[in-house]
Design a protein around this ligand. Sequence first.
Ligand SMILES: Nc1ncnc2c1ncn2[C@@H]1O[C@H](COP(=O)(O)OP(=O)(O)OP(=O)(O)O)[C@@H](O)[C@H]1O
Ligand SMILES: O=P(O)(O)OC[C@H]1O[C@H](OP(=O)(O)OP(=O)(O)O)[C@H](O)[C@@H]1O
Ligand SMILES: [Mg+2]
Length: 279
Amino acid sequence: MLKIAVPNKGSLAETAAQMLEEAGYRGRRDSKELISVDARNEVEFFYLRPRDIATYVGSGALDVGITGRDLLLDSGSPAQEVKGLGFARSTLRFAGLAGRFGSAADLAGARVASSFTLLVEQNLAEVGVEAELVHLDGAVESAVRLGVADAVADVVETGATLRAQGLEIFGEPILASEAVLISSGRDVPGLSTLKRRLDGVIVARDYVLVDYDIQRSHLDAAIAVASGFESATVSPLRDAEWAAVRVMVRRDETNSIMDALADVGARAIIVTRIHAARI
Ligand SMILES: Nc1ncnc2c1ncn2[C@@H]1O[C@H](COP(=O)(O)OP(=O)(O)OP(=O)(O)O)[C@@H](O)[C@H]1O
Ligand SMILES: O=P(O)(O)OC[C@H]1O[C@H](OP(=O)(O)OP(=O)(O)O)[C@H](O)[C@@H]1O
Ligand SMILES: [Mg+2]
């Protein structure tokens, strides 16, 4: 059985569990369960703290897992990133009181609080800066106000949490992170199926189908707006001057593409969600 580590709480947990369900696996029914078996798919799920998942997978105790790229790299575990899963996107950034620091070089001799001390140490070593690291578990943005650090290195999505504490980002990003599928590096039965299924889930989440009718004389202009994943499906209509077109487009581009299609003469533009996909 393929042994899969899944985040049991925090911002990764819900979407990770949802993606596995959408991929056809049956996860736990009760949030108190730590292990659950999906006999039909021959997989066993282990619900663990996101920060510990790379340790379990890297040791070979479990075959694969879902965690954050930042957590994987900060763990120092030999587990390998298999693929990005496109959610929990964030960056690890330095921040300090407005105007206090201009770049990482200004951190020499300063106290830097973070939950990602290994990543920060490596980053500072690369730029040749020696600073004192203060390891904190979370709510790192409070460290400056409370006087335990001069600067922080923390996860930033919108930046709202930093701003609320009067902090400002400085320097280059330390890391761009997202949820990732990781593996122990062994090629185990069921892994390629899991990968393929997750690819399908990502496509179904990120793309929609757009159908429209267009006069053949405007077809090239419309295809130039959206050419499809491989190539657009073009079907004849009863009126030989018209064609029906179907393309996959990125969900976040849907409205701008619909506008551009309408501008080149497309009519009856219809957008449909994709339930499942194998690409
Ligand atoms: N606001 C956010 N936006 C996007 N990704 C985030 C955000 N906060 C945390 N992450 C990502 O989620 C992962 C951290 O998950 P984890 O469950 O350990 O922390 P958490 O969601 O902050 O929960 P906790 O309450 O235990 O701190 C990391 O990969 C991190 O980059
Ligand atoms: O840039 P923003 O959109 O504000 O999001 C970033 C914040 O979200 C997470 O915090 P969380 O709420 O998980 O608390 P934590 O610090 O205790 O982990 C992260 O640690 C940042 O603090
Ligand atoms: Mg957090």
